[in-house]
Ligand binder design. Structure first.
Ligand SMILES: *[C@@H]1O[C@H](CO)[C@@H](O)[C@H](O)[C@H]1NC(C)=O
Length: 340
């Protein structure tokens, strides 16, 4: 990499393949921040330039389509197979490793850990075919869950629905795994959520899981098998400012989270033209390992004991998965998985 003024710049003479993977990550970045901003401003722009009929037309569609995120969405294989998704996966690269088959006559509630700063692996593996999920788990239909807020922004919401994203509410999960009456469906939840993002430091494996039991309850109610998934490297693609539990920064972040529901990790990656600072992720490998499904017996009204029991099994299986595969993916033997 060329070095100039103490900063590492991108290599303009890199291979075409490398440039494509760069485009893949820029596309994802656009989707995450600038597009969100653009579509938030667009309605006001249309209103004040008297293009209100476009707005009115869209509003009709919006109200017609309002329930889709809670009714399984409308995943499109075509959108999920866009080449830009392959480039995104190859940037890091992200790889998907399977340890067991998923049969198409069952449904699955898949827990992916850790959240990282913005869940690169969850998106790449389960919302696109970037890592070859269609070939690895033939016949399974995947839906990645996200916050309802993501489905409020025009255009962006349709794009997310086309990649199979759905709302993470109970109603939405129960619809796909039970009420719609289909088999071979898999709902993917980033269990640790915003809370876990605050622990996304390179080299650490700290999960917010001990107190999160809602997903286990959903598995019992719908009878969906639980599948633990761990992404090695997810915490390595950004740097985050030190915020140990009890520090002033952490207390402030916890306070923000309790008020606004969103955590604000202070992070950075690389830039568009240099590798020292910016909001693009670093090129570091992510290895996602899908564990074996844990059988679940359907229970209409699960008791606290039943939930706790299954939660304990899930935590055990996830820890085993982590310990069995960690050394292959760059984690030292004595580094533990911490469940908070
Ligand atoms: C999915 O991705 C894999 C690996 O990149 C590729 O071999 C396969 O052809 C893709 N499947 C489809 C249906 O496009």
């Amino acid at each position: 990499m060329p070095q100039f003024l103490g900063i590492e710049w991108v290599d303009l003479f890199s291979s075409i393949q490398r440039k494509k993977t760069y485009l893949g990550v820029v596309y994802h970045f656009m989707l995450t921040y600038p597009l969100a901003l653009f579509v938030t401003i667009l309605p006001f722009f249309l209103l004040f330039t008297f293009q209100w009929h476009i707005l009115a037309l869209y509003a009709c569609w919006y109200f017609y389509d309002m329930d889709s995120p809670r009714r399984g969405g409308y995943s499109s294989d075509w959108v999920r197979k866009w080449r830009v998704n392959d480039w995104f996966a190859q940037y890091f690269p992200i790889n998907l490793h399977k340890t067991a088959e998923l049969s198409t006559d069952k449904n699955y509630l898949v827990g992916i850990h850790p959240h990282g700063i913005i869940s690169m692996a969850a998106w790449s593996n389960f919302a696109t075919n970037g890592t070859g999920i269609y070939e690895k788990f033939p016949g399974i239909r995947w839906n990645l869950c996200t916050l309802a807020l993501q489905f409020r922004m025009a255009i962006r919401r349709e794009l997310l629905l086309l990649t199979g994203l759905i709302d993470c509410s109970r109603e939405s999960i129960e619809y796909v795994l039970d009420k719609c009456g289909q088999k071979g469906r898999a709902v993917v939840l980033v269990i640790g959520g915003a809370e876990e993002a605050l622990d996304a430091h390179p080299g650490y494996h700290t999960l917010t899981l001990a107190s999160r039991k809602g997903f286990v309850r959903e598995a019992l109610i719908t009878g969906a098998y639980l599948v633990p998934v761990y992404s090695f490297g997810e915490n390595d693609v950004f740097e985050q400012m030190e915020n140990p539990v009890g520090s002033r920064l952490r207390n402030f972040q916890e306070w923000c989270k309790s008020i606004f529901g969103i955590s604000y990790p202070i992070f950075h990656g690389r830039g568009f033209f240099q590798l020292t600072f910016g909001y693009l992720p670093f090129r570091k490998p992510i290895d996602t390992v899908v564990g074996a499904p844990i059988p679940v017996e359907k229970v209409e009204n699960p008791t606290k004991e039943q939930i706790d029991e299954l939660h304990t099994i899930y935590c055990q299986k996830l820890t085993e998965l982590f310990d069995e595969h960690k050394e292959k993916y760059g984690v030292e033997k004595d580094v533990p998985l911490v469940l908070r």
